[in-house]
Design a protein. Structure first.
Length: 264
């Protein structure tokens, strides 16, 4: 008796799945205006950046408005102290944040530091392999993850020119400066008193307007040091290179203003 065997070819299709990853970050970004931002409470996924970064001077920066497309970031983060940060010039390459974020009030937030913000998340893309064969058997094809090191380098978008604060055109008012330099205490956000009103009058007189209308506007300065006063003071400090650009009226800023009185 003869038995006949039919040759059969088994086609095996295989896929390497690409899961949606969520990885925490570590490290710090640097602002020349307000100092270090701690990114240890931030998470990177394939589509978003979530969580918060923290700065001692401005508080929490919420990252939930930032999106991630294969390592190219976009969108905005939000700080109650200084407003929005634009992440259009930021990327994640080889597990590290690169580039800059920009805020209208305090300027650039740099990820190009010696304490880089890093993450175990890496960008992944898919491609289709050619059919694989072994012993005449075709195992099919499927998408595979292409290592980041094999991809073309990500091009960092051209950085837009930051908003330039106009030059001071209003002459310094000696009377206001004398009152300001005679203030006996330091002023910061949430401070209240007549000395705050003097500070607001000074900032408004130099073109760093607290408010365009209502309380804080020229002629209607108030005795409360709110966020708008802090923003105006930061702009004054940035314009005159009074570091740190923290929105804090202390000995450094006071000494600078006094020196201007002596040269006018």
């Amino acid at each position: 008796m003869q038995f006949k065997f039919k040759k059969s070819i088994v086609m095996i299709a295989f896929f390497i799945s690409i899961p949606t990853l969520a990885a925490n970050t570590t490290g710090y970004a640097w602002s020349e205006s307000v100092g270090w931002f701690d990114f240890s409470n931030t998470t990177v996924t394939n589509t978003t950046i979530t969580g918060h970064a923290y700065n001692d001077n401005t508080g929490w920066l919420a990252l939930n408005g930032v999106t991630n497309t294969n390592g190219t970031l976009s969108g905005y983060a939000w700080s109650e102290s200084v407003g929005y940060f634009n992440f259009a010039n930021t990327t994640v390459q080889n597990g590290a944040f690169k580039g800059y974020a920009y805020n209208d009030n305090i300027g650039w937030l740099s990820f190009e530091t010696g304490t880089n913000v890093t993450t175990s998340w890496t960008s992944v893309v898919t491609s289709t392999t050619s059919p694989k064969t072994s012993g005449g058997v075709n195992y099919g094809s499927g998408p595979i993850a292409v290592p980041l090191s094999l991809r073309s380098p990500t091009t960092i978008p051209q950085v837009n020119t930051p908003k330039i604060i106009p030059n001071i055109t209003t002459p310094l008012n000696p009377q206001i400066i004398i009152q300001l330099t005679n203030i006996s205490r330091n002023l910061k956000q949430n401070t209240k008193g007549d000395d705050v009103k003097i500070l607001q009058q000074f900032l408004n007189s130099q073109g760093f307007i607290i408010s365009n209308k209502g309380q804080g506007s020229p002629g209607l300065e108030s005795d409360f040091f709110g966020i708008q006063t802090k923003k105006a003071l930061i702009k004054f400090q940035i314009k005159n290179n009074i570091k740190p650009y923290s929105g804090y009226f202390g000995p450094i800023t006071k000494a600078f203003i006094k020196s201007k009185l002596n040269t006018n």
